[in-house]
Ligand binder design. Structure first.
Ligand SMILES: [Zn+2]
Length: 177
């Protein structure tokens, strides 16, 4: 995984493209939560589920199907009455969730992500994996290794996301002015 503070950076950057009237703090918070939810699968370790299982770490919760189901459920419950374009809400929540396994697939450790679960448990990585894998557990951040992970996430996630956000802001200003 990337660290829990880095995953939400992607939905926050993407939110710049939400149309007027659809963007709301509730939707931004939901997007941020969606981007970290897949890692709740680490709970499985306590129940003896091994890393490589379909329900193990980076398994089903890191799949495209999971992102579709989670985004659909949230759109139909939390945002059912929102005066917003429901397809855009769904798309934002879907991309927010999917950004998690895609970032994980850019990390240099652990097993790959089961993007096509539950249909296949094959684990995938991108051919290029510049992001230092984050240790599981908060204590591990208070170390040289932790700082190395944060620096790598800053370079490969925070910086590109800031550029996307800035470009989005410029486009918005141009389109709405
Ligand atoms: Zn993950």
């Amino acid at each position: 995984m990337c660290s829990v503070i880095t995953h939400p950076v992607v939905p926050l950057a993407l939110s710049v493209f939400l149309p007027e009237g659809t963007s709301s703090s509730a939707l931004l918070i939901a997007g941020a939560v969606c981007s970290v939810i897949p890692d709740l699968d680490v709970i499985g370790f306590s129940f003896g589920i091994s890393y490589g299982d379909m329900l193990g770490h980076r398994g089903l919760s890191h799949s495209i199907s999971f992102a579709v189901v989670l985004a659909t459920l949230l759109t139909l419950t939390l945002f059912r009455d929102a005066h917003a374009n429901h397809f855009v809400v769904f798309l934002f929540l879907f991309l927010s969730t999917l950004s998690h396994p895609l970032l994980d697939a850019l990390t240099n450790g652990g097993l790959g992500v089961a993007l096509f679960a539950p249909f296949s448990n094959e684990r995938y990585f991108f051919p290029w994996r510049p992001i230092e894998v984050s240790p599981i557990g908060v204590g591990s951040f208070l170390s040289a290794r932790g700082l190395q992970v944060l620096w790598s996430e800053f370079k490969w996630v925070w910086l590109p996301s800031s550029v996307v956000f800035a470009v989005g802001q410029i486009i918005r200003r141009y389109v709405y002015s």
